[in-house]
Design a protein. Structure first.
Length: 102
């Protein structure tokens, strides 16, 4: 559907490279989220400064955040983000920025 998936974490890049291969099966990039990025997206963990909670965003091509799911447990992240992408894609079928649509 033309979506790009990027994972971010405050872990060292070596750990993220391993996670990307093992857990994500090289399906999407995983990058390092520094303290400034964690603060900018307002996802700090109160009890662990410098760390973030698990939050999924769907960001439309125009930069607007159209979906947010924040929950430490992984359940709901994939289904919620996919539903948001499908909904956005259906609403914008045939418009610029929707690769592969007619």
């Amino acid at each position: 559907m033309g979506a790009t998936v990027i994972g971010m974490s405050n872990d060292p890049i070596e750990k993220l490279n391993e996670f990307s291969v093992k857990e994500c099966r090289n399906k999407f990039a995983v990058g390092v989220a520094d303290k400034a990025l964690i603060e900018k997206y307002d996802v700090p963990l109160a009890l662990m400064p410098g760390r973030s909670n698990r939050t999924s965003y769907v960001i439309a091509p125009d930069g607007k955040i159209i979906f947010v799911h924040s929950e430490m447990a992984p359940k709901g992240h994939i289904t919620g983000t996919m539903a948001a992408v499908k909904t956005w894609h259906a609403a914008h079928a045939g418009t610029k920025g929707t690769k592969g649509t007619k």
